[in-house]
Design a protein around this ligand. Structure first.
Ligand SMILES: NC(=O)c1ccc[n+]([C@@H]2O[C@H](COP(=O)([O-])OP(=O)(O)OC[C@H]3O[C@@H](n4cnc5c(N)ncnc54)[C@H](O)[C@@H]3O)[C@@H](O)[C@H]2O)c1
Length: 220
């Protein structure tokens, strides 16, 4: 376990940790041992002051003007995000998106693994599709309890998401990533995050229109 209390880290900082870790890992693989907040800002698109403030919540991670040690940051952030710990995941809804996620299977992070997939469609339940045996939702609780899985990704369309998530929550899953945009009810004990590509894209386009950095605007 790490020496840093995640309770003292603001939510906004905590949300940026995976982004930091991903980019640090890339830097590390390129043999870069030290990075300054200004350089790291160019890679992550997070302002240098925000990076320095985020890192300051995590104690003495580096010295100003000298830069941060990439390997050390990776160690601290990995511990914070528990990414050294294996996390097996259940996919709920094995359509286009579910299959794409399972096919990718977080290959950049060896500790995140899609372990099993579930659907209600009789045409695929009980079949092996794309290398995954498709379990019935009727077996969800039995399978995830046996495998001690605590994390699920739902790609069930909004109109059926609540009934699917109810089964997921009832089965002891505590963290759910939901790709369907409509909000679903979950108890406070369950952590839920929504991924919405449309909102992400609209936010990007808004920033592109309104906050373009002068240095990045083509001059010719
Ligand atoms: N968040 C994003 O950025 C993003 C991107 C693409 C799609 N989506 C959303 O993701 C959802 C899935 O998209 P898709 O293209 O994979 O759809 P899809 O129709 O190909 O797949 C949905 C799967 O869910 C299954 N399903 C339906 N009810 C279920 C239930 N109660 N329990 C378990 N499985 C059930 C269906 O049988 C089907 O296999 C849609 O709501 C879509 O809007 C989100």
């Amino acid at each position: 376990m790490n020496n840093y209390s995640t309770k003292t880290i603001p939510r906004a900082t905590a949300k940026r940790l995976p982004l930091y870790l991903r980019n640090l890992t890339i830097l590390h693989s390129k043999g870069i041992v030290r990075i300054k907040s200004k350089e790291f800002s160019k890679i992550t698109q997070v302002p240098p002051a925000t990076i320095r403030r985020d890192f300051s919540y995590l104690g003495e991670l580096g010295r100003s003007g000298y830069g941060y040690e990439v390997g050390f940051l990776i160690k601290v952030f990995s511990e914070l995000l528990d990414s050294y710990e294996e996390n097996r995941i259940a996919i709920v809804g094995f359509g286009n998106l579910g299959k794409a996620l399972a096919n990718n299977n977080f290959r950049r992070n060896q500790n995140l693994t899609i372990d099993c997939v579930f659907d209600t469609d009789p045409a695929i339940v009980g079949q092996t599709v794309g290398g995954f045996y498709v379990y019935s939702m009727a077996d969800f609780e039995k399978v995830v309890r046996e495998k001690n899985i605590k994390t699920a990704i739902s790609t069930v369309p909004s109109e059926y998401a609540q009934e699917a998530i109810d089964i997921v929550v009832h089965s002891g899953i505590t963290a759910i990533l939901n790709f369907a945009p409509d909000r679903v009810e979950v108890p406070d004990s369950v952590s839920m995050r929504y991924i919405d590509l449309t909102t992400e894209l609209l936010t990007l386009l808004f920033f592109d229109r309104n906050y373009k950095k002068p240095s990045l605007v083509a001059t010719s």
